[in-house]
Design a binder for this molecule. Structure first.
Ligand SMILES: CC(C)(COP(=O)(O)OP(=O)(O)OC[C@H]1O[C@@H](n2cnc3c(N)ncnc32)[C@H](O)[C@@H]1OP(=O)(O)O)[C@@H](O)C(=O)NCCC(=O)NCCS
Length: 183
């Protein structure tokens, strides 16, 4: 598992702005969730900066993840009603696998701050779990900042169980809570 240094993607928390709570998901279109390509790199970097205040993945780490045979970068896209020609990236997730292991790791999940609280995080998590299962994994693990209310709520509501705490895990010294779920 990543120790969060170097090229590894490591941050599951520190959202820049808290998502809107109790927002009503009126007419939220279904996102298209697909494997990211290098053509998504600029948008993924922008999302990373918008969604995370600390422990951001650098561009080269995101690029590495897109190209890695043991990682999956999922991109969630929505058509926008204002006539923009291309769908907009509204969320993403990064899944890591290890050869010989049936435990996958959700290295990252993010939703654009202006789309938070509408259920997109749950849909991206669904897609990441399906992708892990498709690779033959039977468990998904992740770390989340102990102060990340939205993330913890998302995971616990979906049956993730906290199995460990890692002190001083993030750049600012915040501890990580490690969660796991059978797929
Ligand atoms: C965590 C994140 C991906 C969740 O995405 P989302 O689209 O807002 O998620 P959902 O709309 O599916 O909501 C998840 C749950 O968190 C709740 N929630 C939303 N904002 C919250 C907040 N500020 N505090 C506590 N709970 C919150 C929602 O009500 C929902 O719970 P519910 O299903 O019981 O209603 C998103 O907030 C995000 O990108 N945050 C910044 C990046 C980050 O921290 N990522 C890693 C998390 S480990």
């Amino acid at each position: 598992m990543s120790d969060g240094r170097g090229e590894q993607i490591h941050r599951d928390g520190a959202g820049v702005s808290a998502p809107i709570r109790h927002a009503v998901a009126v007419d939220l279109p279904e996102p298209v969730i697909r494997a990211a390509t290098l053509a998504d790199l600029d948008a993924l970097v922008a999302l990373e900066h918008a969604a995370f205040a600390t422990d951001r993945a650098e561009r080269r780490a995101i690029r590495h993840a897109i190209l890695s045979p043991t990682m999956d970068v999922l991109a969630a896209l929505l058509d926008v009603p204002d006539g923009a020609p291309d769908p907009v990236l509204v969320g993403a997730a990064v899944l890591e696998r290890r050869r010989g292991s049936r435990i996958a790791r959700l290295a990252s999940i993010a939703v654009a701050p202006n789309r938070g609280g509408l259920g997109l995080g749950g849909k991206i998590l669904d897609a990441a779990e399906a992708q892990a299962r498709a690779h033959g994994c039977d468990r998904l693990r992740l770390e989340v900042r102990a102060d990340n209310g939205a993330g913890i709520r998302l995971y616990e509501r979906r049956g993730y169980v906290r199995f460990a705490v890692r002190p001083d895990y993030y750049e600012d010294g915040m501890e990580a809570w490690r969660y796991e779920r059978a797929l």
